[in-house]
Design a binder for this molecule. Structure first.
Ligand SMILES: O=P(O)(O)OC[C@H]1O[C@](O)(CO)[C@@H](O)[C@@H]1O
Length: 245
């Protein structure tokens, strides 16, 4: 894992966006893995601004999101479909039919998980996967204890995750109890991974990621075994690291 330090959230977003834009410009056909949550919103703002100012086109881009809540339709304002439409897709020229998220409304969720996994494979896999990290080290919605070889599956969300994400809902009770998420094995098949970590509340989990051994109890620790991972973290997130490059 390579650690790149950003002064603050704004710089982190600029750095991440630069990497993504560079790839989008260079490749004729690129598959991006996208994340939701608070962390990547500023990165998406940078991509939109660049699209407007510099005309970077996304017509040749396919996207796969990490996860979606079970039981929320794409029109639900707290669904990840809605988030992606509002925070990115509606503002760039990406073909809507090339933007994929798991369908949390499927009547057969097991079949939906298989369909999503097969779809990623059929498109040739993900070139670069953007990740945030949960306070308990989750990546996607893969909570501690998830097997490292897991593929897209249905998860029961940890109470701490429901609590952390309740800020996107009217009340904590409205946060769904389950989600469909790419598995850790799915994420690890990505050719490159960009983990974004910002803010003081992520300082402890970033410290743990560097200090602790690779274990399924800390899902993000699996990234240490991937050949091409870059972590972009701001100063606040790095504030508990002993050694800093
Ligand atoms: O960026 P946030 O809001 O801190 O969330 C961290 C992670 O938790 C999730 O919200 C749960 O999947 C991810 O989407 C995100 O990467």
């Amino acid at each position: 894992m390579q650690l790149v330090k950003a002064k603050d959230y704004q710089e982190l977003c600029r750095m991440a966006a630069e990497r993504i834009i560079g790839k989008v410009k260079r490749a004729r056909n690129i598959k991006l893995g996208l994340a939701t949550g608070g962390t990547p919103t500023g990165v998406y703002r940078e991509l939109i601004e660049d699209h407007r100012k510099n005309g970077t086109s996304y017509r040749h881009v396919t996207t796969f999101n990490l996860d979606e809540y079970v039981g929320l339709s794409p029109e639900h304002p707290s669904s990840y479909h809605y988030y992606m439409n509002k925070n990115l897709f509606e503002h760039i020229d990406i073909p809507k039919e090339k933007t994929y998220l798991p369908n949390g409304m499927s009547a057969d969720l097991e079949a939906e998980c298989r369909r999503y996994e097969t779809l990623i494979e059929a498109e040739g896999g993900i070139d670069i996967q953007i990740l945030g990290i949960g306070l308990n080290g989750h990546i996607g919605f893969n909570e501690p204890g998830t097997p490292f070889d897991s593929l897209t599956h249905v998860v029961q969300l940890a109470e701490t995750t429901r609590e952390a994400n309740s800020r996107y809902f009217g009340s904590p009770d409205e946060v769904p109890t389950h989600a469909v998420t790419m598995g850790i094995g799915t994420i690890m098949k990505s050719r490159e991974i960009l983990l974004l970590v910002n803010g003081r509340n992520k300082a402890d989990i970033l410290r743990r990621l560097f200090e602790e051994k690779v274990t399924e109890q800390l899902p993000a620790s699996v990234l240490k075994t991937h050949p091409h991972v870059t972590i972009i973290a701001d100063e606040e997130a790095c504030s508990r690291l002993y050694v800093f490059p």
